[in-house]
Design a protein around this ligand. Structure first.
Ligand SMILES: [Zn+2]
Length: 309
């Protein structure tokens, strides 16, 4: 590795860079786990992110951004600090409830059926009315958005330091965890919540050769759990799909329109990683659901590569 190079997030496609952050899926509480090198947050000067944080606060009406590290990061309690472990900070990012019960359905008086015994068309048989609260999920997505902005632009000293540590680990023969995925998320005027990122050669190699149908199914179940944590209405389970092809091609979808897919299909045959993007992300919930599936694959690939080292 070149000593003075400032690494970019996309460099993981061609270079094996040491891990500076990673996501996993968590079942209890349902959400994400984040593990980040402490310098990603400690080196942050509020000035670097204040404009972006301010813009998100105003656009979504979600209050003030907190930075009082390591315990407080982001809006509200969206990042829950879980401690520090050899230069890395751990956070839980629990998914909030979006659909909330408001009372008894006044069309069917709570029994879920109409006068002919058919399912009530207003409450879909649940007997309860519900409403959608978006503030908490917007706070969670905004906190992730700012964190990932920091992780994307982590300082030279950090990347050089990590590269040095990685080399020391390689020399010592101990397991070396590379950065498997990088990503960034967007939030635009309450209408668009896109994501894009990069898969490393190690991650694509795992997808191509080692990932099993069980890995794909576990990620799909993570997506469904994420849905059920946020919504009372049941998901259309058949629309939740993960496709892992033997050439490393990877598509994860909530519907035919809302999905993660590779940017350039032609590069997939090589031994490099590749860039990915999303389509039709019109809800912050879709962002978290796709992240739940991706984080489960991320965790599984990491566990496999560490045990295989
Ligand atoms: Zn009803």
């Amino acid at each position: 590795m070149e000593k003075d190079k400032r690494w970019q997030a996309e460099d993981i496609e061609a270079h094996r860079l040491p891990c500076w952050y990673g996501l996993g899926f968590c079942e209890d509480p349902v959400g994400l786990t984040l593990r980040t090198h402490k310098d990603v947050i400690y080196h942050t000067k509020l000035g670097e992110i204040v404009l972006h944080a301010d813009m998100l606060s105003k656009s979504f009406g979600i209050g003030m951004f907190n930075l009082d590290y390591p315990a407080r990061f982001g809006w509200g309690n969206s990042f829950v600090f879980r401690g520090e472990e050899s230069d890395f900070l751990r956070y839980d990012i629990p998914f909030p409830a979006i659909e909330i019960e408001t009372g008894v359905c006044n069309k069917c008086d709570g029994n879920g059926k109409d006068e002919w015994g058919n399912q009530c068309t207003r409450c879909f048989g649940r007997g309860k009315t519900t409403k959608h609260e978006w503030d908490a999920v917007n706070r969670t997505c905004a906190s992730l958005c700012v964190f990932l902005q920091l992780a994307e632009s982590c300082p030279i000293s950090l990347t050089v330091n990590l590269a040095y540590q990685g080399r020391k680990l390689l020399d010592s023969g101990r397991p070396f965890t590379p950065q498997l995925i990088t990503l960034r998320t967007g939030m635009i005027s309450g209408q668009s919540f896109p994501m894009e990122g990069h898969f490393s050669a190690d991650f694509v190699g795992w997808l191509r050769v080692k990932a099993s149908p069980e890995d794909g199914e576990a990620a799909r179940q993570a997506m469904l759990q994420a849905w059920r944590k946020m919504f009372i209405s049941p998901p259309y389970e058949n629309d939740f799909k993960i496709t892992i092809e033997r050439n490393g091609w990877f598509v994860m979808q909530i519907s035919n329109e809302c999905l993660i897919y590779p940017v350039q299909q032609s590069d997939i045959a090589s031994n490099w990683g590749y860039g990915w993007t999303t389509h039709y992300m019109d809800s912050p919930a879709y962002q978290l659901i796709l992240l739940a599936g991706l984080a489960e694959l991320w965790r599984r690939a990491k566990t496999f590569l560490e045990s295989d080292a």
